[in-house]
Design a protein around this ligand. Sequence first.
Ligand code: SF4
Ligand code: SF4
Length: 132
Amino acid sequence: MANTGWDEFEIGAMLRSFDGAAAESIATTHQEERNYSSNNSFTASVADWRIEKPIFNKDYCIDCQFCWIYCPDISIISRDKKMIGVDMDHCKGCGICVEVCPTNPKSLLMFPEQADEETEIASWPQKEEKEK
Ligand code: SF4
Ligand code: SF4
């Protein structure tokens, strides 16, 4: 499909998210493998304007999937109900996944965009003791 400016569409024009059969694509492929049309926001990355990013520490994760459910950008990658990481092309750094993560310490924490993942995981916070 040719690129069309936002102000060139006719009123009521419909933008298709997929090239080809959408239902089949959704049912049989993972999100990053689907045949998105150039209209779909999946083809755009927000990585260059994010100032904070989540880092995932799998040592504490209980695969509850809360982060996957609540992420507003479908940027949590989960396979067979196991959390495996964050899609950094589409994560906008909102921190919601960190807020909803129930583990102690959290399995996802926010860091500045330039932070080194290995370094931060090596100095992950310890479990917080509850006040008695
Ligand atoms: S920081 Fe926001 S956009 Fe990024 S993975 Fe977490 S919930 Fe999704
Ligand atoms: S919310 Fe936390 S514990 Fe649950 S799947 Fe996500 S990272 Fe793992």
